[in-house]
Design a protein around this ligand. Sequence first.
Ligand SMILES: Nc1nc2c(ncn2[C@@H]2O[C@H](COP(=O)(O)OP(=O)(O)OP(=O)(O)O)[C@@H](O)[C@H]2O)c(=O)[nH]1
Ligand SMILES: [Mg+2]
Length: 262
Amino acid sequence: MCESCGCNHKHDTLIRRPDTVDPAPHTAHNHVHGDGHGHDHEHEHGHGRKILVEQAILSKNDQLAGQNRRQFQARGVIALNLVSSPGSGKTTLLEQTLKILKTEMPLAVIEGDQQTMHDAERIEAVGVPAIQINTGSGCHLDADMISRAVQQLPVAERSLLFIENVGNLVCPALFDLGEECKVVILSVTEGEDKPQKYPYMFQAAQIAVITKTDLLPYVDFDISRAKSLALHVNPDLRIFELSAKTGLGMAAWLDWLRSLRA
Ligand SMILES: Nc1nc2c(ncn2[C@@H]2O[C@H](COP(=O)(O)OP(=O)(O)OP(=O)(O)O)[C@@H](O)[C@H]2O)c(=O)[nH]1
Ligand SMILES: [Mg+2]
């Protein structure tokens, strides 16, 4: 049980490069089987106890996130933590982004999913180094996983490092990974009320990207209302609207990424 988010967490994280075949757990040299995230997992013995354990987990995570952040800063690496519901279009947005930016700056990607290497394989197909973290039954990435992943991933100095978190609008809001900022992605098929329903994620993010805008004619999604609800929970949020499929709106997003590097 992961006390910080209440999920049923079995400590079965795997970190692998896309070119690795499925190994037996604990055996291959090129992946890490994580038997813990540096979390102090203990079972619940009443409400007060749970809050104490939660604080310990998050404070340990914050400590490790601080180490990651210092390491990134020392090497001029800028990390962005992409968070959203499953299927909002994170990997598609990354594919289209990397195709354009890969000739302009060093890039690397850490992919987080419960299972499969699909997303890391998609990124490597674009020609950018990627590593896959499989969290097993875990519902979020944490700072320790990122620290272990960057030891195996070639992250060049002054890279833009994209971290695609596990698709989930709840738990990833709580976990600092050492990133420059969280980028929350909301697709137009999800309904415009998500910022109201999942305010913590929209508060934790500095950037919001509304994706799949090519589908607006076919869905009941009021984009102005979505933006105003997002700004209501976080008035400082900067919002991009785009379609990774048609490319409409991508220029502003790409310019923002370039400005980070500049
Ligand atoms: N029409 C349209 N479809 C899109 C767009 N972006 C992504 N999709 C589709 O949305 C689906 C999910 O896209 P992914 O990029 O895999 O989404 P994801 O957020 O990475 O998914 P998970 O990693 O599973 O959480 C795929 O069928 C994509 O082709 C878009 O801009 N327009
Ligand atoms: Mg994905």
